[in-house]
Design a protein around this ligand. Structure first.
Ligand code: GDP
Ligand code: MG
Length: 440
């Protein structure tokens, strides 16, 4: 159990009005008392103004501190939050003073990890904390908040309870075959297991949309040189990221940028295109384009308005999820059935954004904001594991081997336990918290 006192900066380093430092663990209040003048843990959860000083008594800053006696804190342990002035010096010195006073530097995600270990959050909620911090689009933040509120956790807990109930029925069947009530009919157990398997299947079906939402949909701009891909890329981002010239083949490498379309997260990629690669570097660029195209959630096939798409362009639009975009519409060419846009006049950009969002997030939009979805491979893998185990249980039920049925149901329960984090699996925790920042 992680209980020793730790301290870390909870806000990003650099020039700012304020900075927040967190301190938690056994003895956190004693550590705080060595740095904060007149420190007292009571009244709890009440901000108070105090002077902060180092071990030698040298004043560092004046700021607010709030004490959270356990278990009513983020980590479930005694905790203190100090806010001091921002900038390079004050936060670093307050933190150094806390370290000198007996707290060690926190590891990435260690505060949230302790919250999980103390039952304040489950692992799925802890992942949501990370997702909320990393969110760049409102739809991502909404999904993360729903998960933090327990939207997904409650579903998983219901599934787990149903499995434990089935385990109970099975134990009854095995242990007390001679009881008056008789063993539980196999059909009843099969019906319960099938119901759980069906619910797991439905959750699993949310994974593609959920992962696309968490990671951002991959949109790849493709088309002949000079059709205006880089210009469109820049206009959609609202800044000049990619080079634009009238020289064909200007873009050779792929340029990727995150943004949101009407609140939905996208990763927009400008590529060299697929055609006319005169030199070796251009050909490399074409190779990169192909790899991006292969993993794209949607390809924006760009063809100038007024020019009929060539057969290869039509083929590109047809062989994968794609949208036909007619560029340079300000020049007056006929856009046909594609979406007419102009990077120059911004014509059609919002229509394009809407069409893309509605297309790539159709599943998620249909599901509604409040329905939980699986956003991470870890969640998908664990549920797939539970699904396999349940399929095994149903097979054994048909074969009439109650002991093996119970074994497989237990496996399914364990997969859910690992997912929720009710069993202390060190590697799982390491994996989840590796990407966290130190103050979280
Ligand atoms: N009139 C007009 N010209 C454009 C538009 N978009 C791009 N261009 C011009 O077309 C040329 C090629 O643009 P670029 O974005 O580099 O095309 P790419 O090779 O497909 O990336 C440049 O001279 C741009 O100024 C547009 O919407 N309208
Ligand atoms: Mg270009």
């Amino acid at each position: 159990m992680l209980t020793d006192p730790i301290a870390a900066l909870a806000t990003p380093p650099g020039r700012s009005a304020l900075a927040v430092i967190r301190l938690t663990g056994d003895g956190a209040f004693a550590v705080a008392a060595r740095v904060v003048d007149g420190f007292a843990p009571e009244p709890a959860r009440t901000a108070r103004l105090a002077a902060f000083h180092d071990a030698a008594g040298e004043p560092i800053d004046r700021g607010l501190y709030t004490a959270f006696p356990k278990p009513h804190s983020y980590t479930g342990q005694d905790m203190v939050e100090l806010s001091c002035h921002g900038g390079l010096l004050a936060p670093t010195r307050v933190l150094a003073a806390l370290h000198e006073a007996g707290a060690r530097p926190a590891a990435p995600g260690e505060f949230t990890r302790r919250a999980v270990l103390n039952g304040k959050l489950d692992l799925v909620q802890a992942e949501a904390v990370g997702d909320l911090i990393d969110a760049i689009a409102p739809a991502q933040a909404r999904a993360a908040l729903g998960q933090l509120d327990g939207g997904l956790s409650r579903r998983l807990a219901d599934l787990r309870n149903a499995l434990v109930r089935a385990e109970g029925l099975l134990a009854y069947d095995i242990d007390f075959p001679g009881e008056d009530d008789g063993p539980v009919p196999a059909e009843q157990i099969a019906a319960e297991l099938e119901a759980v398997a069906g619910r797991i299947e439905r959750l699993l079906s949310t994974a593609p949309a959920g992962e696309r939402l968490r990671e951002g949909a991959l949109l790849v701009l493709a088309g002949r040189p000079n059709v205006g891909k880089s210009s469109l890329f820049n206009s959609l981002l609202g800044m000049d990221r990619a080079l634009v010239t009238d020289i064909p083949g200007t873009t050779r490498d792929a340029v990727e940028a995150h943004t949101d379309f009407l609140g939905w997260p996208v990763r927009l990629v400008d590529t060299a295109g697929l055609w006319d690669a005169p030199g070796p570097i251009d050909r490399l660029g074409v190779g990169v384009s192909r790899r991006y195209l292969a993993s794209a959630d949607l390809v924006l096939v760009c063809v100038e308005a007024g020019r009929a798409p060539e057969p290869d362009e039509t083929a590109l639009a047809e062989e994968r999820p794609a949208l036909l975009v007619r560029t340079k519409a300000d020049l007056g060419g006929d856009p046909g059935d594609g979406i007419a846009v102009s990077a120059l006049s911004a014509l059609g950009l919002d229509r394009l954004r809407r069409a893309v969002a509605e297309r790539v997030f159709a599943d998620r939009i249909a599901l509604g904001d409040l329905e939980p979805a699986l956003g991470r491979a870890r969640q998908r893998t664990a549920l797939a594991c539970a699904r396999e185990a349940l399929a095994g249980a149903l097979d054994q039920l048909r074969a009439g081997d109650a002991v093996l049925v119970a074994h497989h149901v237990r496996e399914a329960t364990l997969a859910l336990d690992e997912l929720i984090g009710t069993v202390d699996v060190e590697e799982v925790l390491d994996q989840v918290f590796a990407s966290f920042c130190v103050g979280k």
